[in-house]
Write a protein that binds this ligand. Structure first.
Ligand SMILES: Cc1cc2nc3c(=O)[nH]c(=O)nc-3n(C[C@H](O)[C@H](O)[C@H](O)COP(=O)(O)OP(=O)(O)OC[C@H]3O[C@@H](n4cnc5c(N)ncnc54)[C@H](O)[C@@H]3O)c2cc1C
Length: 308
């Protein structure tokens, strides 16, 4: 089959890799400027320096055998490494969190900067409404966050759209800060007031060790309460919370904040959804659980359903 995959996150790319291996002709589209999805890395040029911040997923674990095997293969390729500062069994992408996403996207020739607005059925095939898409497809996989599924699938597979609409995801405000000197704190902090998690990004393997880059993530409750505030104000406030948690801070060289409106979804046991009549499927963390590993497992589950 010619299969279109909408969404080049862990779920979509895993499904795409499996289907390619099984002999299908797969094309992956993503609206983002570059590879990452919620495993994104922000690259910033400022004051003659290049700073990088993993501002989405902070690390991942591998509990299931299938994901452990995949992580070992990535480790052999030098694109992931353990990061015990987070916890025993924690892994990160190297030199940046998005490295495994980038590797899969490159191998598949994923097309970035392509937002899909709608699907259109023409006879037995599917056309995608988005910039510069001339091809038609036999099947479509939607691998986007739950809240972004309905606009694509409400007309053709309302049962999948409804399942996605029933999911609620927590937001996460994230501050990214480069300091001029070392912060006197351990490499990771958890649950300090409004802060759910803070990490010295530059302590991860393969990062610029001479920089002092921090990622500070507010907890879900605080993020929800501040959802519609300006990023600059939220960044300033998270910095103040951080100072309360660790004491005096060195001068700030660079700071910005990002709002993840749909960061972490609920747990779900569906795995993946596949409508064999329409030849439309859905995968993503929202069908499994709020973790990188869940997104991977959902991508595998959908490829298996499609293969029958
Ligand atoms: C702040 C934060 C912290 C987290 N911390 C952790 C952690 O520590 N450990 C952990 O395991 N997990 C963590 N997670 C969760 C983890 O990142 C996700 O579960 C996982 O990456 C989801 O993968 P996915 O493929 O389902 O979705 P995504 O990575 O969101 O991929 C979906 C892709 O679809 C694209 N897209 C959406 N709509 C369209 C459209 N219309 N057209 C084209 N493309 C579209 C998006 O650009 C995106 O690239 C965190 C997430 C966030 C945001």
């Amino acid at each position: 089959m010619r299969v279109a995959i909408i969404g080049a996150g862990m779920a979509g790319l895993t499904c795409a890799s499996q289907l390619t291996e099984a002999g299908h002709e797969v094309t992956v589209f993503d609206k983002g400027r570059g590879p990452g999805g919620r495993m994104a890395t922000r690259r910033v040029e400022h004051g003659g320096e290049t700073y990088r911040f993993d501002h989405g997923a902070q690390y991942f674990t591998a509990r299931e055998m299938a994901f452990q095997t995949q992580v070992r293969a990535w480790e052999a390729d030098g694109i992931v490494a353990p990061w015990p500062a987070a916890k025993q069994g924690a892994w990160v992408g190297t030199p940046a969190m998005n490295a495994p996403i980038r590797a899969m996207a490159d191998a598949l020739g994923a097309r970035f900067g392509t937002r899909i607005h709608a699907l259109e059925r023409i006879g037995e095939t599917w056309r995608l409404a988005g910039a510069d898409i001339a091809e038609s497809f036999d099947a479509v996989v939607v691998a986007v966050p739950a809240e972004q599924v309905a606009p694509l699938l409400a007309v053709h597979t309302p049962h999948i759209a409804e399942a996605a609409q029933a999911i609620d995801s927590n937001p996460c405000w994230t501050a990214m800060i480069a300091f001029d000197g070392r912060v006197d704190a351990p490499d990771t902090l958890r649950d300090e007031g409004a802060i759910g998690w803070a990490a010295r990004n530059s302590s991860k393997p393969g990062r610029e060790a001479d920089q002092e880059c921090w990622v500070i993530q507010a907890d879900a409750r605080w993020s929800r309460a501040q959802l519609e505030r300006k990023a600059d104000d939220v960044g300033t406030e998270l910095l103040a919370h951080f100072a309360r948690a660790v004491g005096d801070l060195p001068p700030v060289l660079f700071s910005t904040a990002h709002r993840w409106r749909y960061a972490m979804c609920e747990k779900n046991d569906a795995g993946a959804l596949w409508d064999a009549d329409q030849r439309i499927g859905a995968c993503g963390d929202w069908l499994s659980g709020p973790r990188v590993e869940n997104a991977f497992l959902s991508g595998i589950a959908l490829a298996r359903r499609i293969e029958g």
